[in-house]
Design a protein around this ligand. Structure first.
Ligand code: HEC
Ligand code: HEC
Ligand code: HEC
Ligand code: HEC
Ligand code: HEC
Length: 374
């Protein structure tokens, strides 16, 4: 019995430095549920796209993805150098971008390859300290709270800013140097109804949404761009405004494309591509990579150069001009932007099972009818 008690006590001391997502749900149930539905709860084990790319990389290199994709894992060095593999029996690894991890971020150091997150130091035999943006927070039974003036300024930039591969090729570049995480929080963590914690200490009725909705969410997909059409004689101009403070394409797996058509008397008489959106280069937005031999590579980690890149910068508007058959009164022009989460060029290499990744999903659509000439 004494031995058992000792063991139990010893193990709580050892685990005092990490609180699981589930443990937060005891008091922050609503926030936990939102989090569970978010991409931040996805990692190697339950994100097929990430795992398939990671497996290809690991076959030739290492799982050098964990600092961002499995940041709570204990053995970051060993995961990165390939001496250990992701292990489904480890809670820290399954917890993905965990509550505790994100709320321990004390500072982010800028660096060339990728930024580095500095975590708050936790004393093993005290309640852990949680960082947040709340002024004058109170402690709870399970954690102390510290208001950190830099927390909400840097909290997203540790992982979302930029990343280069081992050949110094830029894989993604989402945040400009002066971009503040507060901006990200405004759109991706808006205030929503619901208690902050079950004790309801301060009788707050709103909290920041922890669903981190983005491209996987139908509602958010509509909000990123604005489309406009101008047409005259034999010309159509489609302008695409990127309303987001980050590029239209961040993730190299994505393809966003324009489908433009003219309908006359109920029949499509012209379209910007026949079979594949790739036929229209100006209307296909993506980041492709080239290998050491100058041939296309699917896995960004193996890239030596960027290949074809067509993107729209933060808040930029791009105008696409199309020469079309003579337009007539009553012609209906439809411009629709779609996204495919995993672009067709990677399907074969990755052998994807989840068909949702291959589906075209609508971002936005606009129609324009040709009226009589004045
Ligand atoms: C035993 C209950 C309990 C558990 C478990 C718990 N918390 Fe809390 N937490 C609270 C209470 C109560 C407050 C309110 C403090 C206040 O109002 O000042 C709070 C406040 C917070 C805040 C401050 C923000 C705010 O506006 O109040 C954050 C962030 C937070 N908790 C994160 C977490 C995380 C992450 C976990 C899991 C690692 C966790 N909590 C586990 C009870 C708990
Ligand atoms: C510097 C941090 C960082 C590193 C290192 C990193 N990633 Fe990511 N990754 C991200 C972020 C942030 C996102 C979300 C951004 C987005 O979706 O545009 C992401 C998203 C992804 C996605 C899309 C997931 C989906 O289901 O939509 C894939 C695939 C991916 N990463 C693969 C990898 C692989 C494989 C590695 C290791 C070789 C890796 N990443 C290393 C930060 C990183
Ligand atoms: C003005 C609102 C707004 C702000 C501010 C904003 N975003 Fe977004 N973001 C969106 C919308 C809308 C989408 C989904 C539509 C899309 O991707 O086309 C999105 C998509 C994303 C995605 C998913 C991309 C992918 O292909 O997987 C990531 C990651 C992301 N944002 C991160 C951030 C980060 C980090 C910041 C802060 C630097 C930020 N966002 C600021 C509106 C915003
Ligand atoms: C990707 C980072 C991240 C993750 C993961 C995360 N949070 Fe948060 N959380 C934040 C940020 C940022 C804020 C503060 C937003 C602000 O005040 O501007 C916040 C705020 C909170 C608050 C204060 C109330 C509020 O809404 O402002 C609580 C409580 C909290 N988080 C609990 C949790 C719990 C529980 C989990 C896991 C289920 C979790 N967080 C996961 C970043 C994160
Ligand atoms: C520890 C690293 C890390 C931090 C810190 C972080 N993220 Fe993420 N985020 C990721 C990774 C990795 C993904 C992609 C996960 C996947 O799809 O497998 C992601 C995905 C996202 C997405 C994409 C959702 C979608 O639908 O595709 C959004 C939006 C997002 N994060 C917003 C934020 C915001 C806002 C913050 C700051 C409050 C933040 N993240 C902080 C690593 C991080």
């Amino acid at each position: 019995m004494i031995k058992f008690l000792f063991l139990a006590l010893f193990s709580t001391l050892l685990s005092a430095s990490y609180l699981t997502n589930k443990s937060c749900s005891e008091c922050h149930e609503g926030i936990f549920e939102e989090f569970q539905s978010s991409q931040h709860s996805k990692t190697y084990f339950n994100d097929e796209l990430h795992r398939k790319v990671a497996e290809k990389v690991a076959a030739e290199d290492n799982y050098d993805c964990s600092t961002c994709h499995m940041p709570s894992a204990k053995n970051q060095k060993e995961l990165a150098n390939g001496t250990i593999k992701p292990d489904f029996s480890k809670q820290r690894e399954k917890d993905a971008i965990s509550c505790f991890y994100c709320h321990q971020i004390a500072y982010v150091k800028k660096a060339h390859i990728k930024n580095k997150i500095i975590l708050a130091r936790q004393a093993e035999d005290y309640k852990p300290t949680i960082y947040g943006s709340l002024e004058n927070p109170q402690d709870s039974d399970k954690h102390t709270m510290t208001h950190s003036p830099i927390y909400d300024k840097f909290v997203c930039s540790g992982c979302h800013s930029h990343k280069r591969n081992t050949h110094n090729v830029l894989i993604f570049d989402a945040m400009g140097d002066n971009m503040n995480s507060k901006e990200c929080i405004k759109c991706h963590m808006p205030l929503v109804a619901g208690k902050v914690e079950k004790m309801d200490k301060k009788s707050r009725t709103k909290h920041h949404d922890h669903s981190f909705s983005g491209i996987h969410d139908m509602g958010m997909r509509k909000k990123g761009i604005e489309l406009n059409i101008k047409a005259e004689n034999k010309k159509i101009e489609v302008s695409i405004k990127n309303k987001m403070p980050h590029p239209l394409i961040i993730q190299a797996a994505r393809l966003k494309y324009l489908k433009l058509s003219i309908k006359r008397d109920g029949k499509i008489i012209w379209q910007n591509y026949k079979k594949s959106p790739a036929e229209d280069r100006q209307g296909s937005f993506k980041i492709d990579f080239l290998g050491i031999d100058g041939k296309p590579v699917v896995i960004p980690a193996f890239a030596y150069k960027r290949g074809f890149v067509n993107n729209i910068r933060a808040k930029e508007t791009k105008k696409l001009i199309y020469n079309v058959p003579d337009l007539k009164k009553g012609d209906i022009i439809t411009a629709s932007m779609y996204v495919i989460l995993a672009k067709p060029s990677c399907w074969k290499t990755l052998n994807l099972q989840n068909s949702g990744l291959k589906k075209s999903m609508l971002l936005k659509s606009k129609t324009y009818t040709i009226r009589a000439k004045k």
